[in-house]
Each structure stands twice: as C-alpha cells, then as structure tokens.
Ligand binder design. Structure first.
Ligand code: HEC
Length: 130
C-alpha cells in the first residue's frame, strides 16, 4: 500500500525535473538560433574579412579591391567549380597555397581551427549564391 504513493511522488518529481530542463534549455536554444551564424562561422567570417576579403571579395566572387591588380584572378567561391570541391580540397589549398599565384600558403599564419572555420564560411558564401 505504501509503495504506490511513493512511486507517484517519484513520477511527479521526474515530471517536474523534465519541466525544469525545458524551462532552462528553452532560452539557451532560442539564443543559439537567434545568432545569424553558429560560432565557427562567426570566427570564419572574422578570419575571412581580415585575411581573404581583399582578394576574394565580400561575397566570395573574387572581386575584392586587390583583385584587379593581380595577374591570376582570385577564385570565385560562387562558381560551381569551387562549390563542387570538398572541404578537404579547399582546406589543402588554404594550407599550402597555389603555386605561381598570389594565393600563398596560410599554414603558420592561421591555426588549423581558423582554417577550418574559414572553409565553413566560404561554404556559406557559396551556398548563399544559390
Ligand atoms: C593576394 C590575394 C589573395 C588572398 C589574400 C587570398 N587569396 Fe585565395 N586565392 C587567390 C587566387 C589568385 C586564387 C586562385 C589561384 C588559381 O586559381 O591559380 C585563390 C584561390 C583560393 C582557393 C581555391 C578555390 C578553388 O576553387 O580551388 C581557396 C579555397 C582560397 N583561395 C581561400 C583563401 C582564403 C581562405 C584566404 C584567406 C585566409 C585567401 N584565399 C586569401 C588569391 C588570394
């Protein structure tokens, strides 16, 4: 006879706990979605604007202010060719650069994390074009 009410209380506690989790996580989740970009894209955007935008342009079309003075035009990330490349391919290019082109290697200047974040941001730029 005693076990039934106890179980009942346990269930209530459980329900209250669940409710608590929902109440606490609700604002956290909405905060996350309120941001335009998840954090890796925020960091990638900062890296891009600082180091890449002058050549590759604000929207990744390869039309930054420095582009006109370059013999080899900067890659346009909105082209299908770039879109088709895997993250690893883009990452490798950023890491090692392109021979005989103004695109030098960024290894040593950017951390692995920064290079990965900037790839995520380039991806976003190329998706936005579609
Ligand atoms: C001085 C100008 C310049 C700067 C600064 C620059 N790039 Fe480039 N980038 C180029 C050029 C030029 C190419 C094209 C090389 C080629 O096609 O031979 C290129 C190509 C690339 C490619 C290859 C794209 C593809 O489709 O294969 C990636 C990825 C890239 N750049 C990323 C970056 C990132 C990330 C940064 C900043 C950290 C950056 N670039 C900074 C000039 C620049």
């Amino acid at each position: 006879m005693l076990t039934a009410p106890r179980q009942h209380i346990r269930h209530r506690l459980f329900a209250a706990g669940l409710l608590g989790i929902f109440i606490v996580s609700g604002p956290v989740i909405s905060l996350l979605y309120a941001q335009d970009y998840p954090s890796d894209l925020v960091r990638g955007k900062a890296v891009y604007e600082r180091h890449c935008q002058n050549c590759h342009g604000p929207t990744g079309r390869g039309d930054g202010p420095v582009a006109a003075s370059l013999k080899v035009p900067p890659a346009n990330f909105q082209r299908f060719q770039s879109f088709l490349k895997s993250d690893e391919e883009l990452l490798r290019t950023i890491e090692h650069g392109v021979v005989f082109s103004p695109m030098h290697a960024w290894r040593g200047q950017l951390t692995d994390g920064e290079m990965q974040d900037v790839v995520a941001y380039i991806r976003r730029l190329s998706e936005q074009a579609r």
